[in-house]
Design a protein around this ligand. Structure first.
Ligand SMILES: *[C@@H]1O[C@H](CO)[C@@H](O)[C@H](O)[C@H]1NC(C)=O
Ligand SMILES: *[C@@H]1O[C@H](CO)[C@@H](O)[C@H](O)[C@H]1NC(C)=O
Ligand SMILES: *[C@@H]1O[C@H](CO)[C@@H](O)[C@H](O)[C@H]1NC(C)=O
Ligand SMILES: *[C@@H]1O[C@H](CO)[C@@H](O)[C@H](O)[C@H]1NC(C)=O
Ligand SMILES: *[C@@H]1O[C@H](CO)[C@@H](O)[C@H](O)[C@H]1NC(C)=O
Ligand SMILES: *[C@@H]1O[C@H](CO)[C@@H](O)[C@H](O)[C@H]1NC(C)=O
Length: 813
């Protein structure tokens, strides 16, 4: 009995133990593999994807999907399974085909060889070294020096400056073909070293320079990975370390070239994404051209000229074609080291450093002085942001590829002429203390006003500002064209009913034709707004500055006595409800147009929520407030009105609930709580309405009492989501896009506001750039819920109807 056990044990141990090394003249053939000591890594022959060609590679042994981390003969495949790998007496690994031709071999130029052995390590490294008795350091060759498309822990991306050996990461041609693709990530040594992805010789993405903590583009997964950058006389390289020793991490440049994807896995599991490489348009190198800044986290490509610079081609800039960038506002070469000053921008991805100058020991003051001294210096920043910052980076002439994050990034100082220093706008940048108002004398009060403009948020400052600084504000008012009442009355034929386009939440809208033939839309606001005239004008002036291609453009206003009118651009194609809910009109919208409309509304709303300076919550988003231009591109209208009417109690609770039945989320309708997530809810309703062609409000189904949201949710849980799609659209739709829209819609109408997406995620998800989570049940999905919840909470509110579409609940007081 004992004997049998012993026999079994020894039998198992011999078959389960594979070799982890090759000695001289040993070989493995196709079908045989090497396995690292702990069984984590395997090396042998494989065929990638759907290819039948054979490659010698290294992969994780029990991780799915097959995760190949290195390929020897990536450019020269074997056509059949006749390949053999062997180690020759010179310590060279050779891959031979069936005619004994080496099709690949390792390179060990000029090293003394003594009893070599090739060893596959659990790290994924394949190492050829001299035998046991010799020095452990005598590595003759290792696969880690020649990364393919993958960087593992312990691999270096960069340069050995002494030997000139450069390690790069180069994408596969396709998932079926590991041959060298066109994308390569490497460290660019020009100026201050930075990690750059090239497509051929063009820069595709720039991770950015190292700031002591990260390259801003890869602050990825800092709970799992520690990113490192080493830069001394001998070496410049990037590497990462895994913090949790029980996991492995793989980072790969995919064939699409969309930046490094980071994954993690355990020894035997499915690999999981930590972070994807390319995230938004600002990642495209120089997306905004020169001297301008790309607002990264908003995802809308809002490019903005740096202070003191103006669009090179205002025509293109107006059309959101940004690549021309910006040029100095003043005459070129007008830099003046006596009077120029600096403005600080925060949370910046620093511009391309390939023609920068650096000094690792200078402090920020010395850095500023060196910048002033050199006539072509345009900006400076700290090299390392740890411990309050150290080192100095200077840029000359054009600044390329800057980004602004909402949380990452560092301070960046641009040089501006004195004339820009006393012209400080509230909002996007701070002045660096008062000391930088170099040589400019401004009356004390104006300085105070300017400073208060910067810190305008505080209540005391606002009071002071209102009292003493009105003159400055009035100058801002001049930006807003004011229309003469008699001209508007003429244009609309005295606000005749024939010219009435519709009734919005805040008053009727009329079509007008100016004497020169230009068509306008005139909104005549109802008179009950409690807002003062100045407040109203200021608000409208601010809103007029919001510009986005998915917002209706406000052209001006008119105030005469009690009358307040707003003048908008005229939209020839009515509003969205006109198309979506009518069978005869619906055929003008194919799926492609519907998807375009869904995406456009999302971008416009994101702009209102995040990117505009005002952070506007629309509060009455509905299909009749989405207008369509001549190309059927959507434009949100009536934005900002809620704010101008109801003041700026923006995140709290209001007793005056303005909104439209069917689009209001539960917490708003019943308790008056509103936030950006209320708009998100309304957006979700609109998406589901567009997809289904049915109004949430009027939805009826013979089988249940659910409204449209409930119906969509039921279909979703039964995995029949596609049935929600209106048949008219079914013909040419892309099912995956439809499903994505429905899922986004459901994620937006979830009952709990915190669960709902924010608009930046919506935009990313619609593009397919972000994975979609599973939705929870929507709010208000059975009609019964609505009535009971709403009526029980109406005790403090009085329900009154402004018009047939909007309801407003006012405090009973
Ligand atoms: C294997 O492919 C090589 C070319 O790569 C060819 O010369 C050889 O004849 C093939 N051998 C077999 C057994 O098919
Ligand atoms: C081997 O080294 C030589 C010279 O250093 C180089 O030209 C050649 O490309 C290398 N071969 C491989 C397979 O790396
Ligand atoms: C490390 O990773 C494992 C596997 O995912 C996990 O179970 C464990 O909690 C992690 N440990 C720490 C300290 O994060
Ligand atoms: C850009 O747009 C603004 C506002 O629409 C307009 O005032 C300006 O004239 C436009 N500029 C050009 C060059 O088209
Ligand atoms: C860097 O700055 C320090 C301090 O100003 C100076 O001593 C040093 O010479 C500078 N180094 C270079 C390479 O310019
Ligand atoms: C400014 O600095 C650049 C880069 O170091 C240098 O080439 C140029 O000569 C300097 N110009 C002056 C006027 O010092």
């Amino acid at each position: 009995m004992l004997f049998i056990w012993f026999f079994l044990f020894s039998y198992m141990s011999t078959t389960c133990t594979s070799l982890d090394s090759l000695a001289v003249s040993q070989s493995i053939r196709d079908g045989e593999t090497l396995v690292s000591a702990a069984g984590i890594i395997e090396a042998g022959f494989f065929s990638p994807g759907s290819s039948t060609r054979r490659y010698l590679g290294i992969w994780y042994r029990n991780v799915s999907p097959l995760t190949v981390v290195w390929v020897a003969n990536r450019n020269i495949p074997l056509q059949n399974k006749s390949g053999v790998l062997k180690l020759n007496e010179k310590g060279i690994l050779e891959l031979l085909d069936d005619t004994n031709n080496p099709i690949w071999s390792s390179n060990i130029s000029g090293k003394a060889v003594n009893n070599p052995i090739a060893n596959l390590l659990d790290s994924g490294n394949f190492v050829v070294k001299n035998g046991q008795k010799t020095n452990k350091d005598s590595i003759l060759w290792q696969s880690f020096d020649y990364p393919g498309d993958t960087l593992l822990e312990g691999m270096k991306l960069g340069w050995n400056l002494e030997t000139g050996l450069e390690s790069t990461v180069r994408s596969w041609k396709s998932v079926d073909d590991p041959a060298e693709g066109e994308y390569v990530i490497r460290i660019d040594l020009r100026g201050y070293p930075q990690i750059i992805e090239f497509k051929g010789s063009d820069i595709k993405l720039r991770a950015g320079s190292w700031n002591g903590l990260s390259t801003v583009r890869y602050p990825a997964a800092t709970h799992l990975l520690l990113h490192k950058f080493v830069f001394n006389e001998k070496e410049v390289y990037y590497e990462y370390e895994i913090i949790n020793r029980s996991i492995f991490s793989v980072s790969t440049l995919p064939p699409s070239g969309n930046g490094m994807n980071f994954y993690w896995t355990t020894q035997t599991s499915t690999r999981q994404v930590i972070s994807n490489g390319e995230k938004d348009l600002c990642d495209i190198y120089a997306y905004c051209g020169g001297n301008s800044i790309c607002n990264i986290d908003g995802n809308i490509p809002t490019c903005e000229c740096l202070r003191g610079y103006v669009p090179k081609s205002p025509y293109h800039w107006n059309k959101s074609i940004w690549s021309d960038g910006c040029v100095p506002g003043n005459k070129p070469n007008s830099k003046n080291s006596d009077t120029d000053g600096f403005l600080m921008y925060s949370r910046i991805k620093l511009p391309d450093t390939s023609s920068s100058w650096y000094n690792k020991t200078m402090n920020l003051d010395e850095c500023q002085k060196s910048c002033l001294k050199n006539g072509s210096c345009a900006a400076y920043a700290n090299l390392d942001i740890r411990d309050g910052g150290s080192g100095c980076l200077l840029w000359f002439n054009t600044l390329v590829d800057l980004g602004r994050f909402s949380q990452w990034g560092q301070d960046f100082y641009i040089r501006v002429p004195a004339s820009e220093l006393d012209h400080v706008d509230h909002g996007n940048f701070k002045k660096r203390k008062v000391e930088i108002i170099v040589g400019v004398t401004i009356a004390g009060l104006i300085i105070t006003c300017v400073c208060i403009l910067i810190i305008k948020n505080s209540g005391a400052a606002r009071k002071f500002y209102n009292k003493h600084c009105k003159n400055i504000q009035r100058m801002e008012d001049m930006d807003l064209p004011s229309f003469d009442f008699s001209i508007l009355a003429n244009a609309t034929e005295n606000f005749s009913t024939e010219n009435k386009l519709g009734q919005g939440g805040f008053g009727p809208v009329y079509k007008g034709t100016m004497i020169d033939g230009k068509e306008i839309a005139v909104k005549r606001l109802s008179k009950k707004s409690g807002q003062g005239l100045d407040e109203f004008k200021n608000e409208v002036a601010l809103i007029a500055k919001l510009q986005h291609r998915n917002l209706v453009k406000l052209l001006g206003c008119c105030i005469k006595g009690e009358e307040k009118l707003l003048i908008y651009e005229y939209m020839p194609n009515h509003s969205l409800d006109y198309f979506v809910f009518e069978e005869t009109k619906r055929k003008f919208l194919d799926w492609h147009k519907c998807f375009n409309i869904i995406s456009g509304i999302a971008r416009g709303l994101l702009y209102l929520h995040q990117d505009s300076r005002l952070r506007i919550i629309h509060r009455d988003l509905k299909t009749s407030n989405i207008l369509l231009d001549a190309n059927l591109d959507p434009k949100i209208s009536d934005f900002g009105l809620a704010r101008s009417f109801l003041g700026d109690q923006v995140e709290e609770n209001t007793n005056r609930v303005a909104g439209t039945y069917g689009y209001m989320p539960p917490e708003y309708a019943t308790r008056g709580n509103f936030s950006v997530k209320s708009d998100v809810f309304s957006y979700g309703v609109i998406v589901l309405e567009i997809v289904s062609g049915k109004r949430n409000r009027d939805f009826a189904d013979s089988k249940h009492y659910n409204n449209l949201l409930g119906h969509a949710w039921t279909l979703w849980t039964e995995e029949r989501a596609l049935e929600l799609l209106d048949e008219v659209l079914g013909v040419q739709c892309t099912p995956s896009e439809v499903i994505r829209c429905i899922q986004v819609g459901l994620l937006c109408v979830q009952k709990i506001p915190e669960d709902r997406l924010d608009m930046s995620s919506v935009v990313l998800m619609l593009n397919g750039d972000k994975l979609l989570p599973k939705p929870n049940a929507p709010g208000f999905y059975a009609e019964k819920d609505v009535l009971s919840e709403a009526s029980s909470s109406l005790t403090n509110h009085q329900l009154c109807s402004v018009n047939e579409l909007s309801i407003t609940m006012l405090d009973a007081r």
